[in-house]
Write a protein that binds this ligand. Structure first.
Ligand SMILES: [Zn+2]
Length: 240
């Protein structure tokens, strides 16, 4: 058992006691006390087609393809959808992306309300908080794929390469990226791109070391992939 995750024995039911839970019927909610009790006894939702990790990944790639080809459908952005997902969420995919304003997940994957469970932080690093959030997204909410998305000309990666002296807490971001800068040294090509891709793969590895996530992967309920976003074309490329 990983020392990082002593709470691995938490069942979905015990998560209800935390005020957040997954319902066996397929309706997933986040709420408090009595609301959860009501949700647990709610009638079964209509059967939905089972989303597999492969299908979830394909849906992300298809959405990005529509974005690149300027054929966005802008799905799930109606008021009807807002009302529907207000009752409970069941995002099919999670994204660990950079906070960069040019890489907004719902737009570049052409998705809408309730579709994506998104964690964004400069340098798309898997901090304990991000890992915990993504564990919640998959274990409790049922997200079937986690995509770590790095991007071209990432400022955080560039600053880590330059060893920039930075104020406040910014240094904590750079420290997390630094090992990938070191491991990608000596590779031919663009330094920032190489370090950025190495960083994505390093964060994927970190996520896979989560006991919660690795158990979901073993049960074929989850896939974790790394990807690179091209700022110039809008295209997502899978790295692993
Ligand atoms: Zn960035």
């Amino acid at each position: 058992m990983s020392r990082q995750h002593p709470q691995i024995n938490l069942s979905r039911r015990s998560l209800f006691k935390f005020g957040a839970g997954a319902i066996g019927t397929g309706i997933l909610t986040v709420g408090l006390g009595s609301n959860l009790l009501a949700a647990e006894t709610a009638p079964a939702a209509p059967a939905e087609e089972e989303v597999t990790p492969d299908k979830a990944l394909q849906e992300l790639l298809d959405g990005n393809d529509r974005f690149v080809k300027r054929k966005r459908k802008n799905p799930h952005q109606s008021y009807t959808r807002l009302v529907e997902v207000a009752k409970g969420q069941k995002p099919f995919a999670s994204v660990l992306g950079c906070a960069d304003s040019r890489v907004p997940s719902e737009i570049v994957f052409d998705q809408g309300l309730g579709d994506l469970f998104v964690c964004r932080v400069a340098g798309n690093i898997a901090t304990p908080e991000e890992i915990g959030s993504l564990e919640f997204g998959s274990l409790v909410l049922g997200s079937k794929v986690i995509m770590v998305v790095g991007h071209k000309r990432c400022g955080a990666v560039d600053a880590a390469i330059k060893g920039a002296q930075v104020p406040g807490q910014i240094g904590s971001l750079l420290a997390a990226i630094k090992p990938s800068v070191e491991s990608s040294k000596g590779q031919s090509g663009d330094k920032v791109e190489n370090a950025c891709k190495a960083n994505v793969l390093s964060q994927v590895k970190k996520l896979k070391s989560s006991t919660v996530l690795s158990e979901l992967i073993s049960a074929e309920k989850l896939k974790i992939v790394g990807a690179y976003y091209d700022l110039d074309t809008g295209k997502i490329s899978i790295l692993n």
